[in-house]
Design a protein around this ligand. Structure first.
Ligand code: 7TS
Length: 419
């Protein structure tokens, strides 16, 4: 790596030591097809720092026990670690209370929970739910299911050629039948950061609650749910340098309180008789069964790691990488970037004339470069641009300009072979 790049100056008081960060991620030492791994598939999942890996190991080797149930010492230690993770997450997104933080399997489960327990019971035939054209399938299908069952209508905010939401069309879509809005904070296939505060303000003026899919936002931007005033927000641990199988649903306490449970089982009850069951208080009402205890604790550790590096510093570093990569591919005439909004997270989606994205992905893999190719679970976005798929490089806190050079050289070789 170019030594100038190892330490970059962010402000007078902050330096960003990417080499030190890389040393915290053991997988980055891996080789792939005899080349050093260049991991640029961070929008799919991020790698894990050693502290997160060790925390999961520590849980299983020193604390393993079921939570909220036992009076024995291990159960109490495990419960405390799990609940401490919840408090870390509350602080990370600035929720008002820890009761507003529900552990789920991930973004997908969080959205399904809201669709099933909040929106579905409140929908009547003829009502409307608004989403956008750039949603991940997990922020489309749950609403289709609810709308279909209730004979309600799903309305779509269109996007323009740059991949920006057409805000005036959103204004036009709102009617007195609109019951809910759910939009992605940052798009996984285009990178666009949506004007979510404006969307929330307008929806609230019309008394419509708003959910944000923040799967691609919390890892790149400071997110403050009180400042945003969103009603629900979802994200996944594994895109935030934490474990898989754990995620978060944030909800305003009055809304969560008003909702029926999503699943029934242990831990979510107060009292069960065959005649009647009463439910546990928040957040346990929504956490039926034994949860992913190690995952929650690992996510808490990931948040500690991010806080140590600083989310603003991560954001600054990633913006530098995005700018560098965008500039570096701009002299490839056959390459077209899909997603050219002025406000983007570090996602670079592109197509190359006459080369299928899967061939690009396979070729780059032989160079050690991991990118994503396909529709990225956003088929309506592909339809919008009339393409079957894109190649997507997505950058995280540990990526470097040297790695982007490997990507760009690989693309130039591909053009040499296929072009
Ligand atoms: N929403 C967005 C914006 C996403 O990017 C993803 C996953 C999800 C929801 C679903 O998250 P999950 O953790 O519940 O699966 N996105 C991607 C991707 O871009 N490539 O692989 C997964």
């Amino acid at each position: 790596m170019n030594s100038k790049e190892e330490i970059s100056v962010i402000s007078n008081s902050t330096i960003y030591n990417v080499e030190a960060i890389r040393n915290d991620f053991p997988i980055l030492q891996t080789t792939v097809h005899d080349n050093p791994l260049v991991y640029l598939d961070n929008a799919a999942t991020t790698q894990k720092p050693i502290s997160v890996i060790k925390e999961a190991q520590k849980y299983y080797s020193t604390m393993n026990s079921n939570i909220h149930r036992g009076v024995h010492a291990l159960s109490q230690v495990a419960t405390e670690a799990y609940e401490t993770a919840r408090i870390k997450i509350k602080k990370f997104i600035n929720a008002l209370g820890k009761n507003e933080i529900i552990f789920t399997k991930g973004t997908t489960e969080s959205i399904n929970l809201v669709a099933q327990s909040y929106v579905r019971p409140n929908l009547q035939a003829g009502d409307e739910v608004i989403i956008s054209q750039m949603e991940h399938h997990s922020n489309i299908v749950p609403w289709q299911l609810a709308c279909k069952e209730k004979n309600a209508k799903l309305k779509i905010i269109p996007i323009d050629d740059n991949g920006d939401l057409i805000f005036k069309d959103f204004e036009k879509l709102i009617t007195d039948r609109t019951k809910f809005v759910s939009v992605v904070y940052a798009s996984n296939s285009l990178g666009t950061i949506n004007p979510v505060k404006k969307i929330i303000d307008l929806a609230h003026q019309n008394n419509i609650p708003v959910m944000l899919d923040a799967a691609q936002a919390v890892n790149h931007l400071p997110v403050d749910v009180q400042d945003l005033d969103c009603d629900f927000l979802a994200f996944s641990g594994h895109k935030l340098y934490g474990p898989t199988g754990i995620g978060i649903l944030y909800g305003k306490v009055n809304l969560l309180d008003s909702m029926p449970p999503y699943q029934g089982g242990g831990d979510m009850i107060s009292k069960v008789t065959f005649k009647e069951t009463t439910y546990n208080e928040l957040p346990h009402k929504f956490e039926a069964g034994t949860p992913n205890i190690a995952g929650a604790i690992g996510l808490g550790e990931a948040i500690d790691y991010i806080s140590k590096v600083g989310i603003e510093n991560i954001s600054f570093h990633e913006m530098n990488l995005l700018e560098y990569a965008t500039e570096a591919v701009s002299d490839i005439p056959s390459l077209k970037i899909i997603g050219t909004s002025k406000e983007k997270v570090s996602v670079l989606s592109f197509v190359l004339d006459d080369v299928h994205p899967h061939d690009i992905g396979t070729f780059l893999d032989f160079e050690g470069v991991a990118i994503r190719t396909g529709h990225h679970c956003t088929q309506p976005v592909m339809d919008r641009y009339n393409i079957p798929a894109t190649s997507r490089a997505s950058f995280a806190m540990y990526n470097t300009k040297a790695e982007i050079n490997v990507l760009v050289n690989g693309l130039k070789k591909i053009i040499g072979v296929f072009g």
